[in-house]
Unconditional design. Structure first.
Length: 418
C-alpha cells in the first residue's frame, strides 16, 4: 500500500481532480464552454477493501513467500492490508504455512489467487507450471511421430502434472486448516495447463447491501471470471446506477415504488451484477453477454433475486447491433422478440478497450446511456463519438483501487434536444 488510511481522502480528492481535468481537456469541453456536472464521489474503505488478489510465489532460502511485481523486481509481501480481513488474517497465513510444509502443494507452484466475499466463503486457486520432463517429452514425441506415420490419432500425453490424488489429499488438509480460522471455509482449486482440480466448488456466493433495496442481493461469482474486486464500492455503483436509471435527477437510495414503463438494455452483463439490481426499475430488462458460463450464472442470479423480468441473450455487443438492424438472425436469440421491447435506456460496462465505433453507433440511437468505465481514456474516446447526439447529465467517480492512480467512472448521457 503506497499510502496510509490517514492520507486516503487527500489522495482520492487529487485523483478526482485529475480525472475531471483529463476528461474536460481531452474531450474538448473547455474549448466549447460545456461544463461537467458535479462529480459524485464514492469512497472505498481505507483498508481491507479487496475481495480478490493475486500473488506470485517467490522461492528463496527461507522457503516460498508471496510476492508482487514492481517493474522487473519482485517485492516480498508479508502483509497485505488492502485485502479483505479473512484474506489477510486467515487465508494468506494458512496457505503459506501449507505450501511451505507440503511438497505436494509447493512443487511447480508459481501463483496463488484469493477470491473472498462479504457473505463468507472463499476460493484459493493454486496455479502450477507444467513439469518439464525431458525423458517423457522425448517418449511422447517418438509415439506422436509413429502415430503420424500410421495415420493414427495423436497421443496427448499426461497433462495431469502435479494435480494427482495425493495433491488432492494435501488440498483437503489445507481446506481443513483454513476452516479452523474461518468457519465459512474455502474451496481449493488447482490449475495447470487449462485443467483444474477442485476441492469444494469453483464458485462463491456473495450478498450485497444496496441502499434503496429492501433485501440483500445474492450473487454467484465464478472463480477465474471477472467480478468487481471491491465489494463495498460495487454496492455504491449499483446504488448510483439504480438512481440514474430511474430518472435523470433521482437521488441515491430512492426506493422503487413503481417501475418505469419502458425497458433497459444491458451490454456486457457478465454474471448479471447490474441487470439483477436494476430489474425492479424497469418493465423489462434485456441483458447480453458472450461467455456461456457467465450467461448461465446470470440466469441463476436472476432466479436467486426473483428478477423474473430479465431475459439474457448470449451474443456480443456487435452481434446485437446486427440483430437490431435486421442484418443478421441469431439462433442464440430465438427466444427474444426485439419488437416487444421499448428500449430507451442502455447500460454498458465494457472491458478496458471500450466500445468502438460500431457499438457507439448503436448506443447513439438510445435516449439515455449509462456508461460504467474502468478506463477513462477509452470512455473519453467513446464520448467523442457520442457527443454530437448526447450530453453528460451526471458523472460519478468510484474508487475501486485506493492508493493507485486508477479510478472508475460512471456517466449518464442524455440525448440532446433537437
Amino acid at each position: 500500500m503506497n499510502g496510509s488510511s490517514g492520507s486516503y481522502k487527500a489522495e482520492l480528492q487529487a485523483k478526482v481532480q485529475a480525472l475531471e481535468a483529463f476528461f474536460v481537456d481531452g474531450a474538448g469541453l473547455a474549448a466549447s464552454f460545456v461544463a461537467l456536472p458535479p462529480t459524485e464521489v464514492f469512497e472505498s474503505p481505507p483498508e481491507h477493501f479487496r475481495m480478490k488478489a493475486e500473488f506470485g510465489i517467490w522461492n528463496h532460502d527461507g522457503g516460498p513467500s508471496y510476492a508482487m511485481s514492481s517493474g522487473k523486481s519482485q517485492i516480498v509481501v508479508d502483509r497485505y492490508p488492502m485485502g479483505s480481513r479473512v484474506m489477510c488474517d486467515t487465508l494468506m497465513p494458512a496457505v503459506l504455512e501449507a505450501i511451505r510444509a507440503e511438497e505436494l502443494l509447493r512443487a511447480h507452484l508459481f501463483q496463488v489467487n484469493f477470491h473472498t466475499t462479504l457473505r463468507g466463503g472463499s476460493i484459493v486457486s493454486l496455479l502450477y507450471h507444467t513439469p518439464y520432463d525431458r525423458g517423457s517429452r522425448r517418449e511422447r514425441n517418438r509415439i506422436q511421430a509413429e502415430n503420424r506415420l500410421a495415420e493414427a490419432p495423436t497421443l496427448e500425453g499426461d497433462t495431469k502434472g502435479p494435480l494427482t490424488d495425493d495433491w488432492e489429499a494435501a488440498a483437503v488438509r489445507l481446506q481443513a486448516a483454513i476452516a479452523i480460522g474461518d468457519p465459512a471455509g474455502a474451496s481449493i482449486v488447482g490449475r495447470i495447463h487449462g485443467m483444474a482440480r477442485v476441492v469444494g466448488h469453483d464458485w462463491v456466493e456473495e450478498e450485497l447491501e444496496v441502499v434503496g433495496v429492501p433485501k440483500r442481493l445474492r450473487y454467484r461469482q465464478l472463480g477465474g471470471f471477472f467480478c468487481q474486486p471491491n465489494a463495498a464500492v460495487c454496492q455504491h455503483m449499483l446504488a448510483w446506477a439504480r438512481a440514474v436509471c430511474l430518472a435523470d435527477a433521482a437521488e441515491i437510495g430512492t426506493v422503487v415504488e413503481a417501475s418505469r414503463e419502458d425497458d433497459l438494455l444491458e451490454l456486457y452483463c457478465g454474471n448479471g451484477n447490474f441487470a439483477v439490481a436494476l430489474a425492479p426499475c424497469f418493465r423489462r430488462v434485456l441483458a447480453t453477454e458472450l461467455v456461456k458460463a457467465l450467461v448461465d450464472t446470470a440466469k441463476l442470479n436472476a432466479e436467486y433475486n426473483d428478477a423474473t423480468n430479465v431475459a439474457f441473450a448470449r451474443v456480443s455487443a456487435e452481434e446485437l447491433a446486427q440483430a437490431m438492424q435486421g442484418t443478421r438472425v441469431f439462433e442464440r436469440m430465438k427466444h427474444i422478440s426485439l419488437e416487444e421491447y421499448r428500449l430507451n435506456t442502455v447500460l454498458v460496462d465494457p472491458p478496458r478497450a471500450g466500445l468502438g465505433p460500431e457499438v457507439c453507433a448503436l448506443l447513439a440511437q438510445f435516449p439515455r446511456i449509462v456508461y460504467i468505465s474502468c478506463n477513462p481514456e477509452t470512455l473519453r474516446v467513446d464520448f467523442e463519438m457520442l457527443r454530437e447526439t448526447h450530453g453528460i447529465q451526471r458523472m460519478a467517480a468510484f474508487d475501486q483501487f485506493p492508493y493507485t492512480d486508477h479510478v472508475e467512472m460512471g456517466v449518464l448521457l442524455v440525448r440532446r434536444a433537437t
